[in-house]
Design a protein around this ligand. Structure first.
Ligand SMILES: [Zn+2]
Length: 157
């Protein structure tokens, strides 16, 4: 039986870069196809091929693609920004979210002012306009104070 797998002819990007024979059970080959050399080069430069190999062997198969995508993203970000890496990108996006949230709040406030001026007798829909903590949620309602009222006394009315 001569089985011919589709990638037996060309080694994966990792094996090609490391100049070794790409075996059928190569841990890199499903995630680093031969045409994506740069992806492996970045990951290898930042994390090291043996660390990536160890990590992939510890991760369940169904999560390996996500793990590789995450490593590739982090490696690329780290090479672009050696100091902050992907944290730099995250904080830029967080600032953008805060700015857009403020813009949205200001626009909503203008809209409400406009609606009030146009039709004053209407009851107001309560806008949370006084909240200043944009973009952050504090889980202050996770503990329910009425939770243990049930077991102690049945007639509490
Ligand atoms: Zn390989």
């Amino acid at each position: 039986m001569a089985s011919s797998s589709s990638y037996s002819s060309s080694p994966c990007a990792a094996c090609k870069f490391l100049r070794r024979k790409c075996m059928p059970d190569c841990v890199f080959s499903p995630y680093f196809p031969p045409e994506e050399t740069q992806k492996f080069v970045n990951v290898h430069k930042v994390f090291g091929a043996s660390n990536v190999s160890k990590l992939l062997n510890e991760v369940p198969t169904y999560q390996r693609e996500d793990a590789v995508n995450s490593l590739a993203f982090e490696a690329e970000a780290r090479l672009k920004d050696p100091v902050y890496g992907c944290v730099g990108a995250i904080s830029v996006l967080q600032r953008q979210v805060i700015r857009l949230q403020r813009e949205l709040d200001a626009t909503n406030a203008n809209l409400i002012r406009y609606v009030y001026n146009e039709m004053p007798p209407r009851p107001p829909p309560p806008p949370p306009a006084d909240q200043q903590s944009y973009g952050f949620c504090y889980p202050y309602q996770w503990t329910d104070p009425n939770e243990d009222n049930e077991g102690s006394n049945g007639g509490n009315m």
